[in-house]
Design a protein around this ligand. Sequence first.
Ligand code: 13P
Length: 335
Amino acid sequence: MSELNSIALKILSKGQGILAADESTSTMTKRLESVNIPSTPKNRLIFRQTLFSSSSMSSCIGGVILYDETIKQKVSDNKSVPELIQSANSVPGIKVDTGAKVLANSLKEKITEGLDGLRDRLKEYYKFGARFTKWRGVYNITKDHPSKLSIHSNAHALARYSAIVQECNMVPIVEPEVLMDGNHSAQDCLIKTSEVIKKCFEELILHKIDLTGLILKPNMILAGSTSDKKIESTEVAKLTINCLKSSVPSEVPGIAFLSGGQSELEATENLNLINKENNTNFIMSYSYGRALQQSALKHWSKDINDVDGTQKVFNHRAKMNTLAAQGKWSKDLEN
Ligand code: 13P
């Protein structure tokens, strides 16, 4: 087993998943301001530190994706944020893309940037303790999108990123997110997501990526957020598994879904059914941002010193998702 493969398995084994706490400062500012908390470096740290020192970290959270600001912060004079995460036997990771920018010659689409200087940044992040990384490409579904140009260029960037990350002995999370925005059908989402993922693996193979040492972070197959043709969770599970079975090479050890705007309950219920139906060899777990943090953030914002209460809310969500990652969740456990 390669070192990269064992890191990927350590993060996702036994129902563990990933806490995506890598919101950029501008995204985190939106989240904090939505609950009337000023977005200062200190407040961003207090919230994140509260989550990272929760008891569910060691049982449920195999890895945490951090943002550049957070990986460099200290929780005390002699303990850094990555050391806090490691002390719970969880693996620190880092978002390394620099965001999605307008794609030249297809101005309604985006291309993710961040390859310039990446090797040097990775060496620095490795020293801070990061052992895995994240890069997110985004795709919109409309009548004309995603275009071949966006599918190709984002896959190319994801592959170049993955090659440099593996060279630096870290596991790349490859995140091609087909957005939920729009009124497209689940069938449209299935067709476009399959095309996007297949192109990613074509490029990853061309760039000689060790497929046993990466984690795929895809969207689930859902109808668009404004579509009136919503589908049942059982159908989400069936379509999602079919999509991944036909587009992901069998060497890939693990898939960790993003929540992408689903409610906390939807994200848990869908993940649970995916695992109940999972007839593949892929581990299917979670790498949730909003679907792990929303209720905890709301609770915390009422009293930012209520560490125990906030952790209780977070522990519950983490536990529910870890059960769902094993197909062992049921709705009555929510109470
Ligand atoms: P959400 O689960 O909130 O979609 O965030 C996951 C993520 O990391 C998006 O890049």
